[in-house]
Structures are given as structure tokens and as C-alpha cells.
Design a protein around this ligand. Sequence first.
Ligand SMILES: Cc1cc2nc3c(=O)[nH]c(=O)nc-3n(C[C@H](O)[C@H](O)[C@H](O)COP(=O)(O)OP(=O)(O)OC[C@H]3O[C@@H](n4cnc5c(N)ncnc54)[C@H](O)[C@@H]3O)c2cc1C
Length: 446
Amino acid sequence: MTRLPEGRVLTDPDVIDSYARDRTFLEPGKALGVVLAASREDVVTTLRWASENRVPVVPRGAGTGLAGGATAGDGAVVLSLARMTAIRELSPADEFAVVEPGVITADLDRAAREHGLMYAPDPSSYEISTIGGNLATNAGGLRCVKYGVTRDSVLGLEVVLADGRVLETGRRTVKGVTGYDLTGLFVGSEGTLGVITAATVRLRRAPQAPPATFAAEFGSLRDAAAAVSAIIAAGCQPSLMELLDRATLKAIDDWRNIGLEDTTSAMLIGQSDVADGQAVAERMQELCEANGASFVAVSSTPEETEDLIGIRRMAYQAKERLGACLVEDVCVPRSVLPDMISAVEAAAARHEVQICTVAHAGDGNLHPVFIFERGLAEPPPNVWAAADEVFREALKLGGTLTGEHGVGLLKKRWLALESGPVSEELQHGIKAVFDPLGILNPGKAI
Ligand SMILES: Cc1cc2nc3c(=O)[nH]c(=O)nc-3n(C[C@H](O)[C@H](O)[C@H](O)COP(=O)(O)OP(=O)(O)OC[C@H]3O[C@@H](n4cnc5c(N)ncnc54)[C@H](O)[C@@H]3O)c2cc1C
């Protein structure tokens, strides 16, 4: 590591420990050190050294991951990309930007807005997560119901491979089909195939007017889920559709006093950002009422809208105040969202576990958060049993184990249920092509 410029390597054990964990309860091992890469050359130098010395490398953005993807094991080097924060290029004419991996997601969106554009993927963590982490997990977010997930906004990547070679994938054009889609392969690969050092991302025209927003309250979570299915089936094409259950609303209310009514079991927040958004929001309001909403309001000012979205963005921090959290991320076809909601409620009751659920409901993507006692090394058996039931039910309904957080370490025990042996064999084969020594984020994702 003497080949890196001075100041790039951290060796203080307490500091290493803080870089070796993400936002899960998982305890890291004893990592060797942290490299604070400031350039692509630093990444190349680190990976060449790691290959020569057979040292595992754990790439890291901001450490906001919820699957243990950035958790470092014994003897690993954490490679932090958080200092690579340049927006190298922003082209309004071609509607793309070339960015380094440490750029904070919301900063890229703000830079695009100065040109009447936006960067669409907006995980709830967009003020704290990095583009590199978003790419490596194929992050979703609130606007994904209309604009797609991170993969839908990537045109090309610059990646440093395990042996230090630099690979350019993809393109700067709107279209292009030369060769296999290596860009798509790296997106969602959780740092196991290479380290992303730059990305060419697609920008879109920002909506001209603030979106029209509604909030609906329901006496039953299942009714709220049925309203979502009805809104999607009616072709309303919302630009945001988020669902919060009572336990989540209560946690937020206890923290920030949002005036929660005793009769409210669920809240649905939706938006339309089309030119006649108000009419679409009113149509969505009608569909909520037809599906049992006890109260629906269409917001009349941008401030009211910000307050509603703010409630949604507070959900995770509010739940962290209740205890340790196992955050899950199942995704199902949207027409069966009510069945998935019922399955989560049944698992909570059967195993006597507190589960707070928020959902990117327009995508059929649920985050049941299993609360357990702080200080335990891992969730107790009843929590694992409830999680197991939720995963199996999601797969039975035609869904997937993870919509946006990735497999990391946390979902590996269920992976075979979804992938099957043929897919697993091919995925390990791909890993061996890119990383024959197995030094990149070993033990994660596959
Ligand atoms: C409050 C809160 C809300 C959240 N909301 C959402 C949400 O709405 N949608 C969503 O999808 N996620 C959400 N998340 C999860 C998390 O923010 C995302 O997974 C995010 O993409 C992680 O970004 P990061 O920079 O923190 O990456 P990290 O946690 O540091 O890393 C995540 C993974 O990416 C790999 N990695 C990081 N950088 C690189 C790189 N440059 N090259 C190769 N691999 C790399 C790591 O090895 C790891 O496997 C939320 C988390 C929190 C705490």
C-alpha cells in the first residue's frame, strides 16, 4: 500500500470499524485497513496490490446499505469511494451526466435541475447515499413507479477490475447494442465484479409544474393496497405511490407528532407530475374512496406536498427508534399487493413480532421492518421465522426476495429458493470470469 499517495490509508482500529459496517445490525470482522480513494488511479493501485497479495476488498460508498453488502470481514481492505465526488460532465443537449461514484444522489439531481433536467432515481436515502452504491445495488426509490430503477438511468460505466485493468462499458448514445450488456451486468452486482469509478447516467426533463399530491387514510391496510392495485389498473401512471402502515405512522407520530387519528390503519401518498396532474390526482382520490378510504385530501400548496413526502422519508429513522431493525424488501406483482400485505400481517401475528411496513406500493415493493431487542447479536428465532414466512409467500405470489436493497449477506440463506441451480451455476461462472481470485466483496450477493 506504500504505492498510494500519503493520507489515503487509515489504520486506526476504531476508524476502520466505523467504515466496515453498513446500516444493518451485522457486526463486521477485523478489517486490515481503509483506503480513501480520491482517483481512479488510487483504485487501480489498491486492486493491483490486493490481487498480488490475495487480500479481499470491500467497495464502499456511504454505508447506507440495508443488506450487509458493505460489511467487511476479517482481513479485508475497505475501499471507500466517498471522496470521488466530481460531476465530470453534464450535457443538457444530450441529457446525460458523467459522474464519479462518491457523488451524493440528491446532489446530482440538484445539479441537473439547474438545467431543467432531473436525475430520476431517488431512494429515500438520496441525501446520504452515493451514486456508486445506488449503481451497485440497482437502487429504487419514490419516483421509480414512473421513471424506473437505477438501471433504467445508466448508459455506461468505467469499472476497475479485480486485477487493476480498467474497463469501459456502454455508451453515451440513446441507443446501442454492441456486444453483451456489461453495463447492465455491473448494475446490481454489489461490488462483486468490479469497482465502479465513473458512470454516464441519463437525465430527463424535469416536470414543468410541481406534482399534484394526494394523501388517503384507510381503516385497513389491505384496503389501501387494493386502492393501489385499482389506481395502477386504471392507468393513472402515478409518479409516486407510497404506503405506510399504522405501526410506521405511530412511530413517526410518537417522534414528530403528525396528528395521527386512532382510526387510521394506513396512509397512501400519491403524486402525478403530468401537465393535468390535478385531474389525475382527483381520479386517484376517487379510486381511494371507492376502495374504502376514510379521508382523502389533494394538497393545494408545495409546502403541504413537502410535508407529506417528508412523512414518508422519516419512516426509516422513526422505526430505528423502536429497536434493532431487520429491514426486508420483497417485491410482488402489483395486482397481488393486498395478498402480500395480508401475509405480512399474518406472519407478524403468528410469530408475535412487531413488523412496521412501508411500501413503494406502486412498484409492489414492500419493506416490512422486523423490530427486535437492541443489543442482540442477531434477530431472535421468531423474527427469522416470520421473515422466512414473508419471503416464501412473496415467491409463491410470483415475487422476488429483494426489489432494491440487494442480497448482500442478509438474504443469502433464501437465495437458492429464488435462483435455482442452473442460474446459481452460471452466476458463479460469471464471478469467476471477472474475479478469478475471489477478492472482490467475497461472500456477498451470490
Ligand atoms: C433511511 C434509508 C432509506 C433508504 N431508502 C432506500 C430506497 O428508497 N431505495 C433503495 O434502493 N435503497 C434504500 N436504502 C438503502 C441504501 O441507501 C441503498 O442501498 C444505497 O444504494 C446504498 O448506497 P451507499 O452509497 O450507501 O452504498 P454502500 O452501503 O456503501 O454499499 C452498498 C453496496 O454497493 C457496493 N458499492 C458501493 N460503491 C461501489 C462502487 N463504487 N463500485 C462497486 N460497488 C460499490 C458495496 O460493496 C455494497 O455491496 C435506504 C437506506 C436508508 C438508511
